[in-house]
Write a protein that binds this ligand. Sequence first.
Ligand SMILES: C[S@@+](CC[C@H](N)C(=O)[O-])C[C@H]1O[C@@H](n2cnc3c(N)ncnc32)[C@H](O)[C@@H]1O
Length: 236
Amino acid sequence: MQKDVSSCNTYNYGDSLYWNSRYIQEGGSFDWYQRYSSLRPFIRKYIPPSSRVLVVGCGNAVMSEDMVKDGYEDIMNMDISSVAIDMMRRKYEDIPQLKYMHMDVRDMSFFPDESFDGVIDKGTLDSLMCGTDAPISAAQMLGEVCRLLLKPGGTYMLITYGDPKVRMPHIGKPVYNWKITLFIIPRPGFQKPETCSSSTKAYLEPVPITEEGFLPSSFVLEDPDSHFIYFCKKDG
Ligand SMILES: C[S@@+](CC[C@H](N)C(=O)[O-])C[C@H]1O[C@@H](n2cnc3c(N)ncnc32)[C@H](O)[C@@H]1O
């Protein structure tokens, strides 16, 4: 099965029943898009190990476990799939740095305002964008993420297939008052064409965006299936 949220019309990624049956069928663990090892330089820079971290839509990914191995001390994970949460709670019952809660990202009223220094989203906003009433779901989710971030400085990290044209209309709303920095990394295993001169180090540099938050017209995407990483830092 293709693990690609961008093929929205095939699967209902916004539906908890879909995710529950998928996690029952597949078991084990799977990290969408990227593993922690590729994201580490970005996460360590924007969300240091002393942070209180919330991972939204954690699924059965091993990213949070890898973060604990790398020194993170306080990671709350949540997902709308009770199957995934039960599995992960059992798996990590001996790791006190990892907590798991069954919750809908559109209503996280269980947590008080400004509970977290960092919120990490790998593929969850993308899933909501495939569901019914996607713009409303996205606004509910982003409103909750914004409320839960410490101000100033709290950071929402969004790892997504969505380029700025499709994501900025949601994350760039003035109400969130986020300072947004964008990075673009190729999908794992992408082979650069021989004519291409850029180095791996270049991925660690932010990509310039226009005042409206879009990619400059001259920008060339080396890998058409790249992943976009948005760091949305709360100003006040
Ligand atoms: C594409 S998977 C990504 C899983 C994990 N973050 C990873 O990187 O491997 C999307 C996850 O979002 C969860 N999800 C979808 N809608 C949700 C919602 N409304 N609230 C919380 N989690 C949701 C799904 O259950 C699924 O685990």
